[in-house]
Design a protein around this ligand. Structure first.
Ligand code: FAD
Length: 435
């Protein structure tokens, strides 16, 4: 790391999206890039690396294959280097274990000198001397020393953080916690008399399935409550999956912003529902547990919004006040442990405010993003590319691992001002715009 030099690109965060960019840039010596990540090492949603969970995209959506299948950072090369080729061959699966995707990313991260772990970006400044550049303030979390680095361009890859409604916050975190911390609290669940999962997305289902597997052994009461009308499956038909293509991104991008704001909330089941195989596992377990007419100590409650959680006296657990959303009736439910599976929200770092004067914002206070993932700014000399918080401009696929590779192809082509990667106009069978 050279504090005096002017980098071409500094990346903030090294989750899968920026790690993919770092891996692809490793083949592009013309771009001098550095990526800062606050975690000590690469870790992909560690609290949800439950044994048996799978990546929800084929392994082809690794960090590089969809841009450059000949790269040394492909998942298949990781398999080969780890001498697992025959085992993987006989496995015959595209959907690899989530723990293996994490291990693969760690393998890539360990080879990239451009990725600095244990370094948190704490501030940004746009400077205009003879030359315009960004000054990036970075804390080395091991030494607590702060240094400033200079770069022509930035790429924001700060990802997302757990989102918990205000009404469910502020309770002892050993008893009431988000699914993002599930594995850290699994033993707490095993010791509890009752556990309740709130929410009905993929994370909720995975936590519930894991708890259901162990329920008989540990003897806790298990409940699952959602305000949704059902424990709905994700839309996974092949033609629906084509919404996660560059073609749909391009179509969505050119719609007027009001239209995008109208469409996006209607597309939840493309990415928010539960995978079919997880629902099937849960149903099979429920069926198995009910053999012999034994009463199930399990409850599944739909159409019920948890409006409040209050701690009961004398360690008697927590009282959840719920409202049935169709009849408007309220009821209470008591549980010793409550797991909030209430989703994630994009992390737009506060220090972006220090660039507020050069960034263009829409009337809802969101940044405006060009088709090629640059923030719209008043500053032409320096670009801010962005991965996070772009669903309002680029739509439903913005958090998809496969589309992140497409995004990185677009970013690299733009930075090098040539077609390093081909970007075919037609990639899927269906048309989204009028022919
Ligand atoms: C449990 C879970 C499972 C998922 N499974 C899939 C899946 O199977 N398929 C799929 O397509 N999508 C999946 N997703 C969605 C998405 O692909 C992932 O969330 C993915 O991790 C997004 O990558 P990212 O790089 O944007 O963000 P993140 O993985 O959130 O990484 C962002 C990184 O930025 C770092 N950071 C933030 N601020 C700073 C700072 N100031 N300085 C330095 N570092 C900073 C953070 O520490 C973090 O490591 C899943 C999401 C979740 C929550």
């Amino acid at each position: 790391m050279d504090k005096a030099k002017l980098y071409d690109l500094i990346g903030i965060g090294a989750g899968p999206f920026n790690l993919s960019l770092a891996a692809l840039l490793d083949e592009q010596p013309e771009i001098d890039a550095m990526f800062f990540e606050q975690k000590e090492k690469f870790e992909w949603h560690p609290g949800m690396l439950i044994e048996g969970t799978k990546l929800q995209v084929p392994f082809l959506a690794d960090l590089v294959t969809m841009a450059d299948p000949r790269s040394k950072y492909t998942f298949l090369n990781y398999i080969n280097e780890n001498e697992r080729m025959y085992q993987f061959y006989f496995l015959q699966r595209l959907d690899i274990p989530r723990r293996e995707y994490n291990d693969y990313c760690q393998w890539v991260a360990g080879q990239l000198a451009s990725c600095k772990f244990g370094h948190r970006v704490t501030n940004l400044r746009h400077v205009k001397d003879n030359e315009a550049y960004f000054e990036v303030e970075v804390v080395n979390l091991a030494t607590n020393e702060t240094h400033a680095f200079r770069t022509k361009n930035l790429v924001l890859g700060t990802g997302s953080v757990p989102s918990v409604p205000a009404s469910l916050q502020g309770l002892p975190e050993d008893d009431v916690f988000h699914t993002a911390d599930f594995l850290n609290h699994q033993d707490r669940c095993k010791r509890a008399k009752s556990v309740t999962v709130v929410g009905s997305g993929q994370s909720a289902a995975e936590a519930f399935r894991e708890l259901l597997k162990d329920q008989k052994q540990y003897g806790y009461r298990l409940d699952w409550i959602t305000r949704s009308p059902g424990f709905d499956s994700m839309e996974e038909s092949k033609l629906s999956l084509e919404h996660f293509s560059p073609d749909y991104v391009n179509y969505f991008y050119q719609l007027p912003q009001e239209k995008k704001d109208e469409i996006f909330p209607t597309q939840g089941l493309y990415y928010k529902g539960i995978s079919n195989h997880t629902v099937t596992d849960i149903y099979n377990l429920l069926y198995e547990h009910s053999v012999g007419g034994e009463p199930l100590d399990v409850g599944l409650q739909v159409l019920s919004e948890v409006e409040k959680i209050e701690q009961k006296p004398n360690g008697e657990g927590y009282e959840l006040t719920c409202r049935q959303t169709e009849t408007d009736e309220t009821f209470t439910h008591v549980s010793e442990v409550v797991i909030t599976a209430t989703g994630y929200k994009p992390l737009v770092p506060e220090f972006i405010e220090s660039l507020a004067s050069i960034i263009e914002w829409d009337e809802k206070g969101r940044y405006k993003v060009e088709a090629d993932y640059r923030l719209e700014t008043t500053e032409e000399a320096n670009e801010i590319y962005v991965h996070s918080g772009i669903s309002h401009t680029h739509g439903v696929g913005s958090t998809n691992l496969g589309l992140a590779i497409h995004r990185n192809k677009v970013i690299i082509n733009h930075m090098l001002d040539r077609d390093v990667y081909k970007l075919p106009a037609k990639n899927v069978f269906q048309n989204f715009s009028a022919r």
